[in-house]
Write a protein that binds this ligand. Structure first.
Ligand code: ZN
Ligand code: ZN
Length: 122
């Protein structure tokens, strides 16, 4: 079971790499000739970066984020927090859900600090 799942994951990765290799450069953008264009899945699966695909992907991410933000509730401190089904104390929860619970705020602050430190160091 596990082995076959691993193989299919690997095959998907190979297929994706192959699809990415099919892309052509158009006006400085990597575009997949097969399309369909204006689709978020073409952007994600085929790596198409044409204007309609990029825009569709952006819209989808935005809609998803709005839906997540709308599902937040206020906790006992009046802070907007993500539902309990997500992992708290995680910077991604802060960025993707706008979760303002203490553990998520702390995790986001730590990540920002790390990124700043890395930038200074390099
Ligand atoms: Zn496209
Ligand atoms: Zn949280």
């Amino acid at each position: 079971m596990t082995v076959s799942r691993e193989i299919s994951t690997q095959m998907r990765r190979v297929q994706r790499g192959r699809r990415h290799a099919e892309r052509v450069l158009e006006d400085g953008r990597l575009v997949h000739p097969a399309g369909p264009h204006g689709s978020g899945s073409t952007y994600r699966n085929k790596g198409c970066r044409c204007v309609p695909c990029t825009e569709a992907h952006r819209q989808e991410v935005k809609v998803l984020r709005h839906a997540r933000w709308a599902s937040r509730t206020r906790n006992e401190h009046g802070a907007l927090v993500a539902p309990d089904t997500v992992r708290h104390g995680n910077a991604n929860t802060y960025f993707n859900w706008g979760c303002q619970c203490r553990p998520c705020l702390d995790a986001a602050a730590t990540r920002k600090r790390d990124q700043t430190a890395r930038r200074v160091a390099s």
